[in-house]
Design a protein around this ligand. Structure first.
Ligand code: ZN
Length: 217
C-alpha cells in the first residue's frame, strides 16, 4: 500500500504508512505534544487521536487550550461518570451525556434515587477508573444489529432509531461501559483529571413530561 501524505498547520508534510494515527504524528513531533493532545482535527472534522487516517489529510492536534478539545474532554468525563455508575449500579440505563458550557451531565434511569453519599462513591470510582488507563475504543455496528442488541434498552433503541446511519459508532471504556456515540473522545481515561460531581437533578427524557423520569448527575 502506498503511504499517506499528512499536512500540518504550518504547511509541512509528513508521509506515513496506512494505519497511522494522529497520535503517532503527535508523538513524532514531540512527547510533550502527545501528552497534551486530546483530540485531532482531520480534514476539518474532530477525530479520535487513535483513529487511523483514511487517506491524505490535513491534520491539527488539539490540546486543552482549544475550546473544542475542552468540550471533548468534558464529554469524555461524562462517559467516565456513566462507566462508574454502571460498575456500582449495574441495573441503571443510560440516557445522553453531553458536555455543557461549564461541565457535563448524564441522564440515568434507575428505580432507586441517587443520594449525595452515592455521588461521593461514584466520584471515587471515577478516579479509580481514570487511573486504570482504559482506552476509549470505537467500534462500528450496523443499525439492524444495534436495534436487536439493544431491544431491552429503550432509550438507546430510540436514539439509534432517530440518529444512527446504516452503520453507527459505539464507544467502549473498560468492560462495563458501551454507548452509542458519534465521538470523538480523549484516547484514554488517564487523561481525565480534576473531576467533581456537583448535583443530582430530575428531568424527563427529552424534556417531555409524558416521558419517563430520569435522574441527572
Ligand atoms: Zn461519547
Amino acid at each position: 500500500m502506498s503511504s499517506l501524505s499528512i499536512t500540518l498547520p504550518d504547511g509541512s508534510q509528513q508521509s506515513v504508512m496506512p494505519g497511522s494515527t494522529p497520535l503517532d504524528i503527535a508523538k513524532s513531533i514531540s512527547p510533550r505534544l502527545a501528552d497534551a493532545a486530546l483530540v485531532a482535527r482531520v480534514n476539518g472534522e474532530l477525530h479520535d487521536l487513535t483513529r487511523p487516517f483514511e487517506g491524505d489529510a490535513k491534520l491539527e492536534i488539539l490540546t486543552t487550550k482549544n475550546p473544542e478539545a475542552l468540550q471533548v474532554y468534558r464529554h469524555s468525563v461524562a462517559h467516565l461518570l456513566a462507566a462508574a455508575v454502571l460498575e456500582l449500579y449495574p441495573e441503571t440505563q443510560l440516557g445522553i451525556g453531553p458536555p455543557t458550557d461549564t461541565g457535563f451531565y448524564y441522564d440515568f434511569q434507575r428505580a432507586t434515587k441517587f443520594t449525595p453519599e452515592d455521588l461521593e462513591k461514584i466520584e471515587a470510582r471515577m478516579q479509580e477508573i481514570a487511573e486504570r488507563k482504559l482506552p476509549f475504543e470505537r467500534k462500528m455496528t450496523p443499525k439492524a444489529e444495534g436495534l436487536e442488541k439493544y431491544k431491552e434498552d429503550w432509550m438507546k433503541r430510540e436514539l439509534i432509531e432517530e440518529r444512527a446511519g446504516e452503520i453507527f459508532s459505539e464507544y467502549t471504556l473498560g468492560p462495563h461501559f458501551i454507548d452509542f456515540c458519534r465521538g470523538p473522545h480523549v484516547p484514554s481515561s488517564e487523561k481525565l483529571k480534576a473531576i467533581k460531581l456537583l448535583s443530582i437533578a430530575g428531568g424527563y427524557w427529552k424534556g417531555n413530561e409524558k416521558n419517563p423520569h430520569l435522574q441527572r448527575i
